[in-house]
Design a protein around this ligand. Structure first.
Ligand code: SF4
Ligand code: SF4
Length: 56
């Protein structure tokens, strides 16, 4: 299942810089993941300072 970014996101941009397939972009007040592009590597979750990306 693709990762998604919860409302905990503080829009720091760190995850977008780490995503190997450029699936993450800045959205309305937080960052967003394109589910069809995400390869479920987990780099965003490992990088995020507030634990916003999840694949639950
Ligand atoms: Fe990008 Fe990997 Fe996060 Fe998917 S899990 S959005 S591929 S960093
Ligand atoms: Fe949001 Fe976390 Fe990505 Fe920063 S690293 S933009 S807080 S999801």
């Amino acid at each position: 299942m693709a990762y998604r970014i919860t409302d905990a996101c503080i829009a720091c941009g760190a995850c977008a810089a780490e995503c190997p397939v450029s699936a993450i972009s800045e959205g309305d007040g937080k960052y967003e993941i394109m589910p069809d592009v995400c390869v479920e590597c987990g780099a965003c979750a490992a990088t995020c300072p507030v634990g916003a990306p999840t694949n639950d």
